[in-house]
Design a protein around this ligand. Structure first.
Ligand code: FAD
Ligand code: NDP
Length: 497
């Protein structure tokens, strides 16, 4: 809810609000605060990646995350669509091939246009943008350092830290950093990465492996434990089964050991096969590390002010109102402990924080039932609890799982295998059968899940789902028809209309 425009000039400080970090969260927070009449400055500074990749304003999502990732995912989906197209009557002369430079160039141009758009928006909304690396001098003072080493001092009533994170390299694997790169580089490569090894199996790794395979590159994912840790493991299995069926190689239970450059220029990756205990090796053109992300706290001078960090993760400990252990200093987004690492949560949390700091609202961010989608070749969308987490909280007999294997209509003519297209709705057992979690693999999973997430936010029950009328013929309509319980052991395959 927006309140009346109210100016909060304290006069004592240069600004009402200084935001450090111009990513998804920092930009949203600073623009919202300025719109509410606050005097706002935002500092954004990008340290080049270890490989020297650099980019503009907008943070991870715009430059090295969601946006270039989704566009490259789209490139891969189009490759599949071209194959399907022949079955639908399109005459495609000769074999189709993919050109990395064309795709990357177009994606990079789009990203640059977004960088520019963000600058213009800040200007329009009267937010002072400073391309400076920020650190805290005291609870009301930020020091900004330019690329050339010039220091600027800014004082503010409130300071917000939204500096996000950066990809990590493994520290115990010789050659990892020297010969590999990360998601900070992949979207900005001028030429194709070629045959790629990805020693990791979570969100970033699987999405990148998916689009690399989809554009025709030989790609191997190395899984040291499980795929998609934190996600429903039945669904993770469907995602990786589909990827394997469509050409991504998986080295299961394999731990990377070293990376060496051979005289030929090829990269030799050695790993230990956890099942046999023996060493294995193969050669690649590229090694992409997606072994997790580290919070960007080092340069902030947090220790000077005793801003409390979580010892295990290095993230900033925050309260429900995004407050840190130091009054007037707030943190949110990827930098803060226990929050989802997602753009929409950072944006929403930033806007709400701006409204509270401007004295316009007391509304807190609700981090429950945040929907998300893994943009793998078979997309996986979910909201609410995994089956494992629902069982942990409610007991195996306290939940009812309704499920269905379905065949997207568009797969039929294309003669595509739909074995992994699946829906699972996890409900409380008995009484109202409140929906605890909803999981969907299939085309446009993000679009499907977004709609149902509102239902979960409103406390939807299984009977609400059954009262919902489907849109025919869609994949999403299968969600409102799930009727078979796992407990029954009946065949969950949907047949016919
Ligand atoms: P960021 O966007 O990381 O912004 C932080 C900014 O602060 C950066 O510009 C940084 O350079 C700057 N900074 C750091 N230190 C300083 C300093 N001292 N002074 C000044 N500036 C500083 N999320 C989704 O919701 N959907 C997706 O599909 C999705 N895909 C992703 C794909 C990849 C490959 C990755 C890596 C992430 C993806 N994410 C996705 C996650 C999403 O990008 C992040 O959760 C989101 O960007 C976090 O926003 P933030 O504002 O907290 O930080
Ligand atoms: P995660 O921390 O989620 O996963 C790290 C992965 O690296 C795990 O598979 C882990 O294995 C593996 N790993 C770690 N160290 C090693 C090692 N030494 N050798 C081999 N494997 C290793 O990181 P991500 O970078 O994938 O994702 C970060 C966040 O970004 C996610 O939480 C997500 O919120 C966000 N994101 C969102 C997207 C979206 O919304 N579509 C897309 C991409 C990212 P193990 O499980 O065994 O520890």
């Amino acid at each position: 809810m927006y309140f009346a425009y109210q100016i909060n000039h304290t006069g004592k400080y240069d600004y009402d609000l200084v935001v450090i970090g111009g990513g998804s969260g920092g930009l949203a927070c600073s623009k919202e605060a300025a719109q509410l009449g606050q005097r706002v400055a935002v500092l954004d500074f990008v340290e080049p990646s270890a490989k020297g990749t650099r980019w503009g304003l907008g943070g991870t999502c715009v430059n090295v995350g969601c946006i270039p990732k989704k566009l490259m995912h789209q490139a891969a989906l189009l490759g599949t669509a071209v194959k399907d197209a022949k079955k639908y009557g399109w005459q495609i002369p000769g074999p189709v091939s993919h050109d990395w430079a064309t795709m990357a160039g177009a994606v990079q141009n789009h990203v640059r246009s977004l960088n520019w758009g963000h600058r213009v928006q800040l200007q329009d909304k009267k937010v002072k943008y400073l391309n400076l690396k920020g650190s805290l001098a005291d609870e009301h003072t930020v020091k900004g350092l330019s690329k050339a080493g010039k220091e600027t001092v800014l004082t503010a009533k409130n300071i917000v830290i939204a500096t996000g994170g950066r990809p990590k390299y493994p520290t115990n694997i010789p050659g990892a950093m020297e010969h590999g790169f990360t998601s900070d580089d992949i979207f900005w490569l001028k030429k194709s990465p070629g045959k790629t090894s990805e020693p990791a199996a979570a969100h970033v790794a699987l999405e990148c492996a998916g689009f690399l395979t989809g554009i025709g590159l030989d790609t191997t994912v190395m899984v040291r434990s499980i795929a998609l840790r934190g996600f429903d493991q039945q669904m993770a299995g469907l995602v990786t089964d589909y990827m394997e069926a469509y050409g991504t190689r998986f080295a299961w239970k394999s731990v990377p050991k070293k990376v060496e450059k051979l005289p030929s220029g090829a990269l030799q990756v050695t790993w230990v096969d956890g099942q046999t205990g023996s060493e294995a090796r193969d050669t690649y053109d590229s090694v992409l590390w997606a072994v997790g992300r580290a919070p960007e706290t080092k340069a902030l001078g947090l220790d000077r002010l005793n801003v409390q960090l979580n010892n295990a993760t290095g993230k900033i400990v925050v309260g429900a109102d995004e407050s840190t252990s130091v009054p007037n200093i707030f943190a949110f987004g990827d930098i803060s402990e226990g929050r989802p690492e997602l753009t929409p949560t950072a944006i929403k949390a930033g806007k709400l924080l701006a409204r509270r700091l401007a004295g316009q609202s007391t509304e807190l961010m609700n981090y429950d039932n945040v929907p998300t989608t893994v943009f793998t070749p078979l997309e996986y969308g979910c909201v609410g609890l995994s089956e494992e987490e629902a069982e942990r909280r409610h007991g195996k007999d306290g939940i009812e799982v309704f499920h269905a294997f379905y065949k997207p209509l568009e797969f039929t003519v294309a003669e595509r295998d739909a074995s992994q297209c699946y829906i699972k709705v996890i409900c409380e057992r008995g009484a109202d059968q409140k929906i605890l979690g909803l999981h969907f693999t299939g085309p446009n999973a993000g679009e499907v899940t977004q709609g149902f997430s509102m239902g979960l936010q409103c406390g939807a029950t299984y009977s609400h789902l059954l009262q919902t009328v489907g849109i025919h013929p869609t994949c999403a309509e299968e969600v409102v028809k799930v009727g078979i319980t796992k407990r029954s052991g009946l065949d969950a395959a949907v047949t016919g209309c």
